[in-house]
Design a protein around this ligand. Structure first.
Ligand code: TXA
Ligand code: MG
Length: 324
């Protein structure tokens, strides 16, 4: 199958209406979309991505009303967060109604819902009579794509159309949360920060740690340690030994050049030290530096605050793959 890249929303709608899959832009990363009400269409996502069937998908809606219409009850904090952050990079796990196919949730009782903030994506959702089921548009276990080119690198000839919406402005996946009586549980760090969620809800926000049990049967794939990884072995600067030969190594830095490495071998995420900017460049830096086929890649940790937490989480996973 030939993969075409274009900006034709009507064409994307036509393919989706005919139970086919299409890559679509969102503000976080590109998604691999199917009609979220059609089990046959959803099955195509799993085979194109080579994704295990046990790993559920996020449903994307045009607005909060249609998202909440698909779940049994909406906690007060969910309403507050929807008003504050939707459209935007926040995904909520809530008990699904029967209308949501079991294939979307991999048989789980909760469905992941979000309203994306990307003009092209929103334009498409408004044309459709159903929500879009979509995981990130990468092959399973690989780096999430933040441009149409990145999608094409991984899914060329596996899908027929990539709807090009430019570079993703956020660059890191959505934050995934669930609700308990007195607290909000965070299943995956992402582009909406813990600080923002706490401020909006005045509720305790708790990270769900990858306990040994969860690692065996992770609740979300974001909990699998070795995820989001380039092929080149990647290390943190902490692993750098004085005697290492770095002549054929690359470096991904936050805001400044590192004198241990050849200047031409470096990718600086944000020259002015802006975390949002760094987030939007992170996966691109993985793609670009991976393609240069260095012997090893080194990367430094970013400040552990705001979206820096989600960036460090993805760096940790990229490094874990090297270690295991
Ligand atoms: O920003 C994003 O969230 C992007 C864009 C395309 O929306 N999507 C994305 O999807 O990152 P994906 O499938 O790559 O990651 C979603 C995570 C997976 O780890 C999946 O296991 C988890 O959400 N998830 C989805 N539905 C779930 C459910 N019902 N219960 C538990 N985890 C769920
Ligand atoms: Mg993914």
């Amino acid at each position: 199958m030939r993969t075409e890249v274009g900006t034709d929303i009507e064409k994307a709608k036509h393919l989706l209406d005919n139970a086919l899959i299409v890559a679509i832009p969102t503000e976080t990363v590109y998604g691999l979309a199917a009609n979220g009400r059609n089990s046959e269409a959803i099955a195509k996502i799993y085979s194109a991505k080579k994704r295990p069937l046990s790993n559920p998908l996020i449903l994307h809606y045009k607005d909060a009303q249609s998202a909440f219409d698909d779940v049994l009850n909406v906690p007060e904090n969910a309403k507050i967060l929807a008003t504050r952050f939707w459209p935007g990079p926040l995904t909520m796990l809530l008990e699904k109604k029967a209308i949501v196919p079991d294939e979307v949730t991999a048989g789980k009782p909760r469905v992941a819902i979000r309203v994306p903030a990307h003009e092209t994506c929103h334009g498409l959702l408004k044309l459709l009579s159903y929500p879009i089921a979509a995981p990130s548009a990468n092959l399973y276990g690989r780096i999430s794509p933040t441009s149409a080119d990145h999608v094409k690198e991984q899914l060329n000839n596996r899908i027929s159309y990539i709807l090009d919406g430019g570079n993703c402005s956020k660059g890191i996946e959505s934050t995934i949360i669930g609700f308990e009586k007195d607290k909000i549980l965070v299943y995956r760090l992402g582009s909406t920060t813990l600080e923002e969620i706490t401020k909006a809800t005045k509720t305790n926000v708790e990270m769900v740690k990858g306990s040994s049990q969860l690692e065996k049967t992770p609740e979300t794939s974001g909990m699998v340690k070795h995820h989001y990884a380039p092929n080149t072995p990647m290390f943190s600067l902490d692993d750098l030994n004085k005697l290492d030969d770095l002549s054929n190594c690359g470096f991904i830095g936050f805001d400044s050049i590192n004198s241990n490495f050849n200047t031409a071998h470096q990718f600086i995420l944000s020259n002015n030290g802006d975390l949002d900017n760094a987030a939007s460049e992170l996966y691109r830096s993985f793609h670009v530096m991976d393609a240069r086929e260095f012997e090893r890649l080194y990367i430094e940790w970013l400040p552990e605050k705001g979206i820096g937490r989600a960036i460090n989480d993805r760096i940790k996973r990229a490094i874990q793959k090297t270690k295991t």
